[in-house]
Design a protein around this ligand. Sequence first.
Ligand SMILES: Cc1ncc(COP(=O)(O)O)c(C=O)c1O
Length: 436
Amino acid sequence: MTDRNQTLFERAQRVIPGGVNSPVRAFRAVGGTPRFIARAQGPYMWDAEGQRYIDYIGSWGPMILGHGHPAVLEAVQKAALEGFSFGAPTEREIELAEAIIALVPSIEQVRLVSSGTEAGMSAIRLARGATGRSKIIKFEGCYHGHADALLVKAGSGLATFGHPTSAGVPAEVVQHTLVLEYNNLAQIEAAFAAHGADIACVMIEPIAGNMNFVRAQVPFVKRIHELCKQHGALFVFDEVMTGFRVALGSAQSVYAKAIPGFAPDISVFGKVIGGGMPLAAFGTTREIMKHLAPLGPVYQAGTLSGNPVATACGLATLKEIAKPGFYEALAAKTQSLVSGLTQAAQAAGIPFCGDSEGGMFGFFFFDSLPQHYNAVMATDKERFNRFFHGMLDRGVYLAPALYEAGFVSAAHTEADIAATVAAAAEAFADLSKACA
Ligand SMILES: Cc1ncc(COP(=O)(O)O)c(C=O)c1O
């Protein structure tokens, strides 16, 4: 037990609900005491007791360069000296918009905001405003932030729209949200057959990191794209997690390679584009953006949007990841982690499988990769939780819930990966002893 972490947790719970400012940090899924982080550098974090961890969360995705990258630190320090926030336009906002547009061909304009939730919520409003329609489709297990209309679980059939997953969300607010099973072609066909003329948009996590790591199958994405075009609906790619994380062109570049002519209509970004600062964005064509205020009637605004320190951090991060060979090296390292973990599990006789793209990975205590939410939730939670704690005790910080993805940064070394796999071999051996 870590006394200082425990003391801080008790103190935190007196003044912050559950002791945390975002629920997953409370370790409710895995049990135990959350580690209070004191500092981080490169691929490591140190908790309040000075215990070091190899960090595979990377602030849930943004820290693709690792913590405290010198070029990013320099840009942030310089920007902070120039001023924290002006509430007026700056040149750096243009530079960041230009950088994003240069890397993502489906986008002609972006609006910068402060969180992925805000970006996703605004993208839906824009889709509804641009199409003049109300209904939206999302998929079970995909998380698009905590906007009311998106906190929905599936109804009992295609005729019934969703039910709120959170108290405080009135049923009327989600009555236009249809929730379907991920990778289920028959359901999306049926939904468009029933409601096609009323659907404003289909929103998806192309690689669902909020189900650990589940890829939307290529034929699934291709068919949604076709159905959207056919019915005048917009296809929204939520790339808050995958954006500039799985490839320089984001997940949409991976699908564009497999589906000729593929491009989403609206893209949502966050995490990596802010490099660890509160920054997110949504982007689309000029034609669709003309509906957004101040050009058009779809309202959207933010006091801190395009914040000068955050844009400096994001720009410096994008500059580093655009360097030749960056993603090849990151992907190779991430693959070697996943294959090392898989081999170690096999050696211990434990059912296990994993997958990765770029610097994002996932793994399951199961024989094959799940394709949708119910299959993810049917994987071995007990084993995951024991493994999580086994790794944490050995100085490896994985996501504290079986439905969360993992992230490798450019700062992780081969030695870090080898140390992680060695720790996993011990943790798997403990698991198989526990099951024997
Ligand atoms: C795919 C996806 N969309 C949206 C969000 C919401 O972003 P934020 O937490 O910045 O509001 C997240 C957060 O993890 C996410 O993973």
